[in-house]
Ligand binder design. Structure first.
Ligand SMILES: C[S@@+](CC[C@H](N)C(=O)[O-])C[C@H]1O[C@@H](n2cnc3c(N)ncnc32)[C@H](O)[C@@H]1O
Length: 402
């Protein structure tokens, strides 16, 4: 690949530095790595405040683990320049006002597209609070998560003054929406009346939601709880256990494990948000097997059904477009999951969860255990009919349920 002229990058790099300095950065990601490190894939940069000093927190995303390095703002310019000149072919910057996409061609040509950020806050909205969210419209405002909770600061959602860090505003809204949905399910199932509640979060990742649910039970509901986050990546497990220790929390722990082999018992709430492909089916299966009162999952990467689908010829003109085929496969996968949950004693809803920037992972399946058993033969027949209609041989959850 040809060298890039540093001059062409100056404007973009300066915008990155300004966004960090002004604390208007929402997203800065360097991707399409072309350097020598075989493991590195992306670097995501965000603004953090540590001991009163604003820093750039750089998350180096390797194939199997992530490492964070905090960098002084004075060094950001050189670092961004170096990443673009020799390491990455693409960068995406989003500030409160602008969205800038930079791409470098194989010949070293720099292409920059700049747009106004569609979600740019109006002056009156600049201080971010969950009350801004559309979810609060037209009804009494009720806050499900308190902004001052210590875990939010430790996880980098709030700064030292307890204000939401702008780049984390979507995560903040997601946490609130998640707790709002969960709290209604807790009311429906009467879990708050139990002496102790056991919760498992599969694919807990950085555990924003795992800490949020633990805090909700301990602080808001004042119910003893045991929360276990299960995560494939040891680095994240260690990080989350360290965070729990730093906050002196009890009743929350993280274990390294694969949801496909994890053994769990006596779980009341099974959570699996954005666990990939059939990992969601394994988590759902475990939730059903342990008799969880609440099962919450937000599926992603629907790979199993699509290659099996043989849609009727009539639909061919619609499904000739790959995106439609993908949407169809996703609907069938999650529709079958919902029906299987219904058939195994759960009232099930499928709805839009919350859309994070640049992700389509915004669907939630919420299942609440029915108090009275019901005849499920009609649902089992519906499942069989749908599978036959689309020529589907196997759906992972159905196979696991036997
Ligand atoms: C997209 S992240 C979601 C994190 C978190 N649940 C959230 O929604 O914020 C998915 C996480 O699931 C983990 N994961 C993927 N497959 C898994 C499996 N089979 N068992 C356990 N964890 C898994 C990944 O390592 C990753 O950290």
């Amino acid at each position: 690949m040809s060298n890039v002229t540093p001059l062409e990058l100056n404007g973009f790099v300066q915008e990155c530095v300004n966004a960090l300095t002004d604390n208007t950065l929402q997203r800065l990601v360097f991707s399409k790595y072309r350097g020598d490190d075989k493991e590195l894939t992306r670097i995501a940069v965000r603004s953090v405040e540590l001991k009163g000093q604003r820093l750039a927190s750089c998350l180096y995303e390797y194939r199997t683990n992530h490492i964070t390095k905090n960098v002084e703002l004075a060094d950001v310019s050189n670092l961004c320049q170096q990443w673009l000149e020799s390491d990455f072919q693409s960068a995406h910057l989003m500030t409160n006002e602008w969205e800038v996409q930079l791409s470098i061609s194989k010949k070293g040509k720099v292409l920059i597209n700049k747009y106004r950020n569609k979600n740019a806050p109006k002056a009156s909205e600049k201080k971010i609070s969950v009350d801004d969210d559309a979810m609060s419209h037209n009804r009494a405002k009720k806050r499900f998560v308190e902004q001052h909770r210590p875990y939010l600061r430790e996880l980098g959602i709030t700064d030292a003054k307890g204000e939401i860090i702008p780049s984390m505003s979507r995560k903040w809204k997601q946490i609130n929406k998640f707790i709002e949905v969960l709290s209604r399910a807790i009311d429906n199932t009467g879990l708050a009346d139990k002496n102790e509640v056991h919760i498992a979060d599969f694919g807990s990742g950085k555990a924003y939601l795992t800490f949020a649910v633990h805090d909700y039970f301990i602080d808001k509901l004042q119910v003893k709880t045991q929360v276990t986050g299960v995560e494939l990546r040891q680095g994240l497990v260690d990080l989350c256990n360290q965070t729990a220790a730093k906050l002196a929390l009890t009743g929350i722990k993280f274990e390294q494990g694969d949801v496909q082999h994890f053994k769990a018992q006596g779980i009341n709430i099974m959570i699996a948000l954005h666990a990939c492909d059939i990992a969601t089916d394994y988590a759902l299966h475990m939730g059903i097997q342990t008799g969880a009162e609440i099962i919450m999952c937000s599926p992603c990467c629907h790979k199993q059904i699509r290659p099996q689908m043989q849609s009727p010829q009539l639909l061919a003109p619609l499904l000739q477009h790959g995106i439609h085929l993908g949407q169809e496969a996703e609907m069938i996968t999650d529709g079958l999951r919902a029906l299987l949950l219904e058939a195994h004693g759960y009232d099930t809803q499928v709805f839009e969860f919350i859309s994070l920037e640049h992700t389509s992972k915004n669907k939630m399946i919420l299942a609440q255990k029915r108090k009275q058993p019901r005849d499920n033969s009609a649902i089992l027949q519906q499942i069989a009919d749908i599978k036959a209609f689309y020529g589907i041989n196997e759906q992972c959850l159905e196979t696991l349920l036997g």
